[in-house]
Design a protein around this ligand. Structure first.
Ligand code: KG4
Ligand code: ZN
Length: 333
């Protein structure tokens, strides 16, 4: 028997991207619209929460309309609406959730509140990567550095996470120390490619044999080195390369240890920092199991990944009540 086609509209506004996408059967992207606010926040050196929610309000409906138009569908063709419920900035989350509720109510469609971290994990379902459980999933983004053991759909065992700064946050803070534009991640990635990763010996926080991470000591060590130079003589590329090498070393070492301990079939690397070229290469070279990561457009925040999770919930008929609330510190378990 052939399965009926399901089409889910995904909406994502947890931080500074306003995004909407339509995904068919949880795997095929029909449209994927992302309005980024990066330029708006760059002048403040980080995301300015009030500005972010105001901008989301301005563009949310045009973004949704564009996603529907590019998918060549009307709202009545949808099976459900999936929207990021958390974690994220409360004011930003509210814009997406309220827009989703409006459409769900007006068109009598089921609504599905989605965990943003689970969204990153499911970004790989939108690619042709072979999915084989058990999977070790490392989510590295601006807000998270989390290792999950995934034995089946929707089943997560949290093995460890950051105790202080997330990996992306460390990239962004060190980018600022080095005088690079916001967000620091892509700028450091570029500078690091021209630098010597052995020029500075930065600390690797190992903290026993657990799977937790800590990046704040590393950030302080970079600051101490930066202070030794006058700004016009800063060895920018070498500092970027040495910092990046330290982050990569810790991420790869812990991921490899967890992959071996739990005998996983593959490692999935997702989230904004999974765009990092050095990290991708080191994971490919040093892991003892295959590693998969999404194409660049699906590494950073997008709504297709939210719709992909929505599809899994839809299959199990797991819907949210229309009065569900945003949860800024939502956990994944
Ligand atoms: O997943 P994402 O778009 O948003 C969150 O959920 O946080 O991740 C954004 C983070 C930022 O910290 C950004 O600096 C980092 O991902 N990032 C990178 C790269 N591209 C984005 N970090 C390192 N190298 C990159 N190429
Ligand atoms: Zn994200």
């Amino acid at each position: 028997m052939t399965q009926p086609i399901t089409r889910i509209l995904g909406i994502e506004t947890s931080c500074d991207e306003t995004a909407a996408a339509v995904v068919e059967n949880g795997t095929t992207i029909l449209s994927n619209v992302i309005a980024s606010q990066t330029d708006l926040h760059a002048q403040y050196g980080g995301v300015f929460p009030e500005l972010a929610s105001r901008k989301h309000i301005e563009v949310i409906y045009p973004v949704i309309q564009q996603a529907m138009a590019e998918a060549h569908l009307g709202f009545d063709d949808l099976d459900a609406i999936a929207v990021t419920q958390g974690p994220g900035l409360v004011g930003s989350l509210l814009v997406g959730v309220n827009a989703a509720k409006g459409i769900a109510l007006a068109r009598r469609k089921p609504i599905i509140g989605v965990n943003h971290i689970e969204g990153h994990i499911y970004s790989l379902w939108l690619t042709d990567v072979p999915i084989q459980f058990p999977i070790l999933s490392l989510v590295v983004s601006g807000g998270h550095t989390e290792l999950y053991l995934m034995r089946d759909h929707g089943q997560y065992e949290h093995l460890g996470g950051t105790l202080d700064d997330a990996a992306g946050e460390a990239f962004d803070k060190v980018g600022r120390l080095l005088g690079l534009p916001f967000p620091g991640g892509p700028a450091i990635d570029k500078a690091a490619a021209e630098g010597n990763p052995l020029a500075f010996s930065f600390p690797r926080a190992v903290m026993g044999d657990g799977y937790n991470f800590s990046f704040s000591g590393l950030k302080t060590a970079v600051l101490r080195e930066v202070q030794k130079f006058s700004p016009d003589r800063l060895p920018l590329n070498d500092l970027a390369a040495s910092f990046q090498a330290a982050v990569i070393d810790v991420l790869v070492t812990k991921t490899n240890a967890a992959a071996q301990a739990h005998k996983v079939a593959a490692v999935h690397l997702t989230g904004g920092v999974s765009a990092n070229r050095g990290l991708r290469q080191a994971m490919r070279e040093r892991l003892s199991v295959p590693v998969y990561y999404p194409p660049l457009l699906l590494c950073t925040d997008n709504a297709a990944m939210i719709a992909a999770v929505g599809h899994q919930h839809y299959r199990q008929q797991r819907f949210s009540p229309l009065n569900f609330d945003v949860i800024p510190s939502l956990q994944l378990q």
